[in-house]
Design a protein around this ligand. Structure first.
Ligand SMILES: NC(=O)c1ccc[n+]([C@@H]2O[C@H](COP(=O)([O-])OP(=O)(O)OC[C@H]3O[C@@H](n4cnc5c(N)ncnc54)[C@H](O)[C@@H]3O)[C@@H](O)[C@H]2O)c1
Length: 296
């Protein structure tokens, strides 16, 4: 082993022993951008990260929800700001990164690329609009955020840097009716590994993908609840039809999930926190499935 590598390992061990002594939280003073954190998994990430001492930037297209998440964190003694906007607009991405850096005193340590929704159709009926929107939101947007934040990640200040891209079993295994989403969610896996290889060696940046299975949020709620998003004035219904979610007669509910239930947003967010934390300091370039054991 060369002396340079020995020195690097010794430095890392010293940093870790400082970090692993975490009376102020696992993410003390780390600045984290969490997209889509106005509700669902992202909002739980925001809450859990703030509990661990992070300064959280709550990013969402829904300004009221983003502000509610941030102000709840602040009233509980944590640190958070809301920066609302549409990630499909390049201007907002620039603003988001600039405001995060300002909030963080010139530093950003963590990005969780989580925002998104689904706009399903079988392959032969999928429109260009559906394809372009979902590929942009789940694939191109994470890339643009990371590229914009590059100056805050390509640094050597001895502090940890982490990128977590949220994927799905649809990206890892494919899913009928989700060709657009499957492409984008598979794409972030390759993107994540590329970041780990480009920014790991010189800057120690860790990059990991977390692929969720069935997590109970607005995205998987009953479609009959009527939730929707608007894309250029077009309403896109969210959720899964109740009938589709029910097990057929004689079949155990959630038979394909060894834990026999969906996960909660808190369980999903806990996995994100685990990967962002110093307890995962030697995990990089991985795709971690959080599925209750589905698709083993
Ligand atoms: N819920 C699941 O079962 C499941 C499974 C696999 C992967 N995922 C992924 O997890 C992530 C979070 O999903 P969730 O289940 O918490 O959904 P959610 O609908 O509860 O939350 C998603 C958030 O993203 C925001 N968002 C959507 N489009 C945006 C845009 N253009 N700009 C800014 N914000 C935008 C929404 O406003 C919303 O607050 C998504 O990437 C989703 O694809 C979820």
């Amino acid at each position: 082993m060369t002396s340079v590598i020995k020195m690097r390992m010794a430095e890392r061990a010293a940093q870790l022993s400082r970090q692993l002594n975490y009376p102020k939280g696992l993410l003390h003073n780390q600045v984290a951008i969490i997209t889509g954190s106005g509700q669902g998994i992202g909002a739980e990430c925001a809450r859990l990260f703030a509990n661990e001492g992070a300064k959280v930037v709550v990013s969402d297209i829904d300004g009221a929800k983003a502000e509610e998440v941030a102000s709840k964190i602040r009233s509980g003694g944590g640190q958070a700001i809301a920066v609302a906007g549409d990630l499909l607009k390049d201007e907002y991405i620039k603003q988001l990164v600039a405001k995060a850096a300002e909030f963080g005193g010139g530093k950003i340590h963590i990005i969780v690329n989580n925002a998104g929704f689904t706009w399903d159709a079988v392959l032969h009926k999928m429109t260009d609009k559906q394809w372009d929107t979902i590929v942009a939101l789940h694939g191109t947007v994470p890339f643009k955020i990371i590229r914009e934040a590059a100056p805050y990640f390509r640094v050597k200040d001895g502090e940890p840097r982490n990128i977590i891209n949220i994927s799905s079993t649809s990206g890892v295994h494919g899913n009928a009716g989700q060709i657009n989403y499957a492409l984008a969610k598979a794409g972030v896996i390759g993107m994540t590994k590329t970041i780990a290889k480009e920014w790991g060696p010189a800057f120690g940046v860790r990059a990991n993908t977390i692929a969720f299975g069935h997590i109970e949020t607005r995205l998987t709620a009953n479609k009959e609840a009527g939730a929707f998003v608007e894309v250029d004035g077009q309403k896109v219904a969210l959720g899964i039809p109740e009938k589709q979610k029910q097990a057929p007669p004689g079949i155990v509910p959630y038979q394909d999930i060894p834990l026999r239930r969906p996960g909660t947003a808190t369980e999903a967010a806990s996995a994100v926190l685990a990967i962002a934390s110093p307890l995962s300091s030697y995990i990089s370039g991985q795709t971690i499935s959080v599925t209750g054991g589905r698709n083993m």
